[in-house]
Ligand binder design. Structure first.
Ligand SMILES: NC(=O)C1=CN([C@@H]2O[C@H](COP(=O)(O)OP(=O)(O)OC[C@H]3O[C@@H](n4cnc5c(N)ncnc54)[C@H](OP(=O)(O)O)[C@@H]3O)[C@@H](O)[C@H]2O)C=CC1
Ligand SMILES: O=C(O)CCC(=O)C(=O)O
Length: 488
């Protein structure tokens, strides 16, 4: 029995009002730690509601753009304060809705607050450059203008941070926003939007419409009044978003998958490397696009590294994200759980050797959740499916390498290029790694995951649309440059 009576139904947020259409079906958002618990219900909206949200955003865009950056920033500061006042409650909802542990959820919510404050301050920073004209009497400079209405399509794995790192820069640079959050984490997203509502943004500046990807997501892609689309999620959907946006001349930005390598060189600090491999690969149950997936270990230290890794992995406590002491929570949904188990099966079928884990966790108290053991394979060939496709689960593939050059070559043998790390003390190897690795995030003696809000974030190859999010880089997507030439 699902505990429906306690679950709240969340509405869409359109033109400053919480609105539910009469005919909408509702989607239960289920706790992945206990599939019998419904965290809340969200609207499975129709295109008509998306149209209403886009119309509101379109109507609000001119007045919003005409505010000063500092005035827009004030609203972001207020949203940050609201989120801060609800940090514990929103983090708990996140843990219940998508499974990550409470400390991780609190950390993510705090990150959302910091992102809002960073971009609030951005309203006071420079937007252009003065460029010398060949005409001595003229003034030439660049300024920037917002895109207009921005559609935000976000995933479930960072249900606070990702919507915020897309919405905050969109808003500070003068755009209005329609958010379509992942259905799997839409209750948490609705609580974030409650904070924007409480901050008093003018009606229509911020809107949220929940519903299926194929209707509301695709509706954003196709909508003629949406001028820019920012997306994070799978490569399959991302490509569709990009193609649809391109076909109608909308600007788009895609952040997609990863198959991130870590290289453990023969001179690495192995304890540090083990810690970074476990944290990078298994934190958040491996559900990060920056998660460590392929572990290339120098032959000289392979056995020692493997033993140290396994002894630590054995100690990891899997459990409910709200329980103190839990290190790793469940997969975020039944779909994700089945996907991860099917990749483990493929690993076995294709001949990789399972060193640890690989099974569902059904111990007492966890039998109704989507728990998978932290899993480590060895003797993984670079051509195997588990070495090529994004698993998005707690699975590490160990690959022994004979040389540093082989490690770099194999690390680059992937269609993805989001993040990569190396553990070594050798400055020559460090510099070669920085130069030769195909990745947008290059990390030395640090895990592959670990994104700082003030720095550009994005990948090479098929991991992104070659654009960058966050930090000062966000201005490139959320604005267009005007080159101005003035003569008296
Ligand atoms: N790079 C990353 O950070 C992420 C990567 N992934 C990868 O994707 C895999 C699948 O996860 P999944 O949640 O299905 O990812 P999706 O790419 O399906 O979902 C991401 C977002 O896109 C929406 N969406 C779905 N279909 C469409 C569409 N046709 N047009 C526009 N928007 C759409 C989703 O809505 P809805 O939720 O309603 O389906 C969600 O808001 C994972 O296993 C992982 O490998 C997933 C999440 C994040
Ligand atoms: O590693 C992080 O903090 C961000 C990861 C991310 O953007 C993602 O998984 O979508």
């Amino acid at each position: 029995m699902k505990t429906q009576t306690e679950a709240i139904t969340y509405s869409n947020y359109i033109n400053g009002e919480w609105i539910s259409a009469d005919g909408n079906s509702l989607e239960p958002s289920v706790n992945p730690a206990n599939k019998n618990e419904v965290v809340g219900y969200v609207q499975l909206s129709s295109r008509a509601e998306l149209d209403a949200a886009v119309s509101a955003a379109k109507a609000a865009k001119t007045e919003w753009r005409k505010l000063s950056g500092a005035a827009r920033g004030e609203f972001l500061y207020k949203a940050a304060n609201m989120l801060e006042s609800r940090l514990d409650e929103i983090a708990e909802t996140m843990t219940k809705e998508m499974g990550k542990t409470l400390p991780e959820a609190k950390g993510e919510t705090a990150r959302g607050i910091a992102i809002l404050r960073y971009y609030a301050g951005e309203g006071m920073r420079k937007v252009g450059d003065v460029i010398p004209s060949t005409d001595q009497e003229a003034l030439m400079f660049t300024t920037r203008t917002p895109l207009g209405v921005v559609g935000v399509i976000s995933p479930w794995n960072f249900p606070v941070a990702i919507p915020i790192w897309k919405m905050a820069p969109a808003l500070i640079y003068g755009n209005t926003v329609v958010l379509k959050p992942a259905t799997e984490a839409a209750v948490t997203a609705a609580k974030v939007i409650e904070c924007f509502d409480a901050a008093g943004f003018p009606a229509g500046v911020v809107n949220m419409v929940t519903g299926s990807g194929s209707i509301i997501g695709q509706g954003i892609v196709d909508h003629p009044d949406i001028n820019g689309i920012t997306f994070t999620g799978s490569n399959e959907v991302g490509k569709r978003v990009g193609q649809g946006a391109f076909a109608r001349g909308a600007k788009y930005q895609l952040e997609m998958g990863g198959k991130n390598p870590v290289i453990i060189a023969s001179d690495a600090d192995l304890d540090l490397a083990v810690e970074g491999t476990i944290s990078g690969g298994l934190r958040s149950t491996g559900q990060k696009c920056t998660a460590t997936s392929r572990v290339f270990v120098a032959v000289e230290v392979y056995d020692t590294f493997k033993d140290k890794l396994l002894s630590k992995v054995r100690e990891l406590k899997v459990g409910h994200g709200l329980d103190a002491g839990t290190w790793m929570g469940p997969c975020a949904s039944e779909n994700q759980y089945k996907t991860v188990l099917s990749y483990i099966d493929k690993g076995l079928a294709e001949g990789a050797d399972l060193l640890f884990g690989g099974k569902k966790v059904t111990s007492e108290g966890l039998e109704n959740g989507f728990y998978v053991e932290p899993t480590v394979f060895e003797n993984v060939d670079i051509k195997m499916t588990i070495a090529r496709e994004e698993i998005f689960g707690p699975v590490l593939a160990l690959i022994k390498v004979e040389s540093f050059e082989e490690a770099i070559e194999l690390a680059n043998d992937t269609e993805f290029g989001l993040s990569a790390s190396i553990y070594t003390k050798d400055i020559g190897k460090i510099l070669a790694f920085i130069n030769d690795i195909d990745a947008g995030l290059v990390r030395v003696n640090a895990e592959t995951a670990g994104v700082e809000l003030q720095a550009p974030f994005g990948g090479m190859k098929q991991s992104s649309s070659h654009s960058r999010e966050q930090g000062q880089a966000a201005i490139e997507f959320f604005t267009s440059i005007k080159t101005v030439f003035v003569k008296a």
